[in-house]
Design a protein around this ligand. Structure first.
Ligand SMILES: NC(=O)c1ccc[n+]([C@@H]2O[C@H](COP(=O)([O-])OP(=O)(O)OC[C@H]3O[C@@H](n4cnc5c(N)ncnc54)[C@H](OP(=O)(O)O)[C@@H]3O)[C@@H](O)[C@H]2O)c1
Length: 340
């Protein structure tokens, strides 16, 4: 009788967040089918050392053939967990990018990812069981100057994940969207972004990020943003005008020595500062009362509540001011009559 351990597919498991997700799956007793487009010898031996049965598929998941090859390697076995994680970025100005590289970002992060989810998700729906963890990004909340295509793909995939989750809400198939911020992986090197402020800054530990996503997936949660700074950035993205978001992103992603300064006027900087401060304060207040993995949905609810409360307070203040103005006018009228 073959070993009937649960079965997980993890894409992009050769390195970074995907490697850490695969480790967590192995530690939780899953058999693994892992995929990447380069050699996975080290990842495979590390995962086997944790006691997992591991199969590998080396394929370009930007292509239909690559995704088909991965699905065929599952040999009809039911997939309990799908971590659709493979993805990559691309820095520099859009018009300076190589078109084939930009196209590959879209094909990997969007087309290949949703094709895989379509194939595996249908089987999960038929069995009425399964968990899908999609690695989106907080980049999806902000137009990404100097990483425009990548942020666009992540806006797509974040949005897609929420929609699919809703479509499957009456089933036992769950969809969780992990939205990390800058994480210390090979991502920035591969995206040619080492010469940017974001490429140089301190980043989150991929093992920690993967743990947050894996645990949220096990709980069947909708979405999880790793880290409080990223929560603030995601909240900012929800509130601020897109143009300001793009200006903020430019400051993080424009290569050093880029033409034309940072393109942010003093007025824009002031608005950015005030918006960031106000939303940051709000976010921090919410955070202090909430858990580390507070979901975006609950942030949005908190935002709506704050707006309602502000509206109620403003109406109350307005009513009081009107009453005071009226009594002031009456007192004036009385004073005028007694003077006459
Ligand atoms: N690092 C961050 O700051 C950050 C932030 C938010 C979201 N994310 C997302 O997290 C996910 C994982 O990225 P990471 O940070 O862990 O980067 P990483 O260390 O570069 O790992 C990316 C993984 O995806 C695989 N991959 C990329 N394109 C592929 C393709 N066309 N076909 C097959 N495999 C492919 C890579 O395989 P090979 O090694 O074989 O190339 C690698 O295993 C991505 O979806 C990324 O967008 C990253």
């Amino acid at each position: 009788m073959p070993d009937q351990k649960p079965f997980a597919i993890v894409t992009g498991a050769s390195a970074g967040i995907g490697y850490e997700l695969a480790r967590l799956a192995a530690m939780d007793g899953y058999d693994l089918l892992i995929a990447a487009d380069r050699d996975m010898t080290k990842a495979t031996s590390d995962l086997r050392a944790l006691g997992a049965n591991v199969e590998t598929v080396q394929a370009d998941l930007a292509t239909t053939e690559g995704v088909d090859k991965l699905c065929a390697a599952a040999k009809g076995r039911s997939v309990d967990v799908l971590c659709a994680n493979a993805g990559h970025g691309l820095g520099h100005g859009f018009l300076d990018q190589d078109w084939k590289e930009a196209h590959h970002v879209v094909d990997t992060n969007v087309t290949g990812t949703i094709y895989l989810i379509h194939k595996i998700g249908r089987d999960m729906r038929t069995r009425n069981a399964g968990r899908i963890l999609i690695t989106g990004s907080i980049a999806g909340f902000m137009p990404g100057s100097y990483q425009a295509v990548y942020n666009g793909t992540k806006a797509f995939i974040d949005s897609f994940g929420f929609a699919l989750r809703d479509e499957l809400k009456d089933s036992n198939v769950t969809v969780t969207i992990l939205m990390p911020g800058a994480t210390d992986t090979e991502f920035f090197d591969r995206a040619h972004m080492q010469d940017t402020p974001i490429g140089e800054m301190k980043k989150d530990d991929p093992a920690w990020v993967a743990r947050i996503g894996w645990d949220a997936m096990k709980r069947g949660e909708g979405d999880v943003v790793s880290g409080w700074k990223n929560k603030i950035q995601a909240t900012l993205g929800n509130f601020m005008p897109a143009g300001l978001g793009a200006a903020m992103h430019r400051r993080q992603a424009q290569p050093h020595g880029g033409q034309g300064g940072d393109g942010t006027s003093t007025a824009t900087k002031a608005i950015l500062g005030i918006t960031a401060g106000a939303v940051g304060l709000f976010a921090l207040t919410s955070l202090l009362g909430g858990r580390e993995d507070t979901r975006v949905e609950s942030w949005q609810r908190a935002g709506r509540r704050a707006a309602e409360q502000t509206g109620r307070r403003a109406r109350k203040v307005g009513r009081r001011a009107a009453a005071q103005a009226q009594s002031g006018m009456e007192a004036g009228r009385r004073a005028l009559q007694s003077w006459r």
